[in-house]
Design a protein around this ligand. Structure first.
Ligand code: AMP
Length: 394
């Protein structure tokens, strides 16, 4: 079912409840260490202000678990918003109650009001009807621009949109949905997925869902070890998930049946321990000594992966190719990031570590789309219906 964009909603002079993801990292003194999540909300807010909407802003920050924790207040976010929007942002020290109702009642068209952290109320994460009703009573229209929390069924993502007359997606949410659908529902062929990261078990549902839709799958990082072991290769002292070997076999079998090509590392950079960077050496995967562990993909693998990436019409990437936090084991991930950026195909990168990797490689500008959702991105890739998106459908 379709989700309306904020541009299709009548918001002029209306009280609009905005759910943003302003879960920003703060230092102990209330200084925002990275304001990306706030800057990404500006197009939606500037549009709403220009249309004369009364903008009521709600978000969570951290996990206060129903308690009022000053270090998780949204006040620094309101101040930052004021600076970035170049206009007054009023802050209220709660998200429901008489003070909030009074503040909303005195808003003029184009005004911006920031509510306090939704999760200071335990009801928020329980999708409590009474709390949803209190929030919904503040607004005529609901707009969700928080893709990062769309996989959570909370009051502010699921309860409130069900109780207001009009609902829709903010510009960032719409952009996320359009790009994820472009990569997964109607992709330009050949479609290639790159998976990496620590464990098969974390990505199993994504792999199962995606294997039949991909023409090519490249597997690197720690999770490749389990796939190599299931092919009878001895991975020395590498991290292997014994309980995932059968699952890995099943995935390889299902890929073969569906005609998709799976590439595993042919060589690796290894050492005797993760912190023993100076002993890093490259081995063919079949020659890995018993006391060595694979910590990055090797140069031959990079070459093979890059060749496939350059041929793809669509590329989806999640998970680093090695322990990219260490200089000795980051080369594979950096090379893949550059190859994805240089590829002519449509590229989608999602998940915390892969996003960090493309920034670290300095190529984020050349990626077609970088998803802002970690857990939500993964659940979308798993083929799950995100409750926060379903709640917007009309
Ligand atoms: P994930 O959150 O599942 O994407 O995993 C990311 C983590 O996987 C990063 O912290 C990497 O250091 C780690 N990782 C990647 N490759 C390996 C490997 N070969 N051995 C151990 N850890 C790895």
């Amino acid at each position: 079912m379709p989700v309306k964009s904020i541009k299709e909603l009548d918001i002029k002079g209306k009280r609009v409840f905005f759910r943003f993801d302003f879960n920003v990292p703060l230092d102990g003194a209330g200084i925002i260490k990275d304001a990306t999540r706030i800057t990404r909300a500006l197009p939606t807010l500037n549009y709403a202000i220009s249309q004369g909407a009364k903008c009521i802003i709600a978000s969570h920050l951290g996990r206060p678990k129903g308690e009022r924790k000053p270090e998780m207040s949204l006040k620094p976010v309101a101040l930052k918003l004021q600076e970035l929007l170049g206009k007054a942002v009023q802050f209220v020290e709660d998200c429901v109650g008489p003070d909030v109702e009074r503040a909303v009642a005195s808003m003029k068209d184009g005004d911006v009001l920031c509510l306090e952290n939704l999760r200071f109320h335990a009801e928020e994460t329980k999708n409590d009807l009474g709390f949803s009703e209190k929030l919904a009573a503040l607004a005529d229209v609901y707009v969700n621009d928080a893709f990062g929390t769309a996989h959570r069924a909370h009051c502010s993502t699921v309860g409130v949109p069900g109780l207001v007359k009009e609902r829709g997606a903010g510009l960032l949410m719409k952009e996320e949905l359009d790009n994820l659908e472009k990569a997964l529902s109607s992709p330009q062929k050949p479609v290639l997925a790159i998976f990496g990261g620590a464990k098969v078990s974390d990505k199993i549902e994504v792999l199962k869902n995606i294997v039949s839709r991909m023409d090519t799958i490249l597997i690197g990082g720690g999770m490749a070890n389990t796939f190599l072991v299931c092919q009878g290769i001895n991975m020395g002292s590498s991290r292997v998930e014994e309980d995932m070997i059968d699952t890995a076999k099943m995935i390889l079998l299902s890929a073969r049946e569906k005609g998709s090509n799976v590439f595993l590392p042919v060589d690796v950079v290894a050492s005797t321990a993760i912190d023993n960077e100076s002993a890093a050496r490259t081995f063919n995967v079949r020659d890995l000594p018993a006391n060595e562990m694979a910590l990055d993909i090797g140069p031959l693998t990079v070459k093979e992966f890059v060749k496939e990436i350059s041929k793809a019409g669509t590329i989806v990437w999640n998970g680093p190719m090695g322990v990219f936090e260490s200089d000795a084991f980051k080369v594979g991930t950096m090379e893949i990031a550059r190859a994805v950026a240089d590829a002519p195909g449509f590229s989608l990168v999602g998940g915390g570590d892969s996003v960090r990797a493309v920034h670290q490689a300095g190529v984020s500008e050349k990626i077609s789309y970088i998803s802002t959702g970690g857990g939500a991105f993964m659940e979308f890739m798993e083929g799950k219906i995100l409750p926060g998106v379903a709640a917007l459908e009309v």
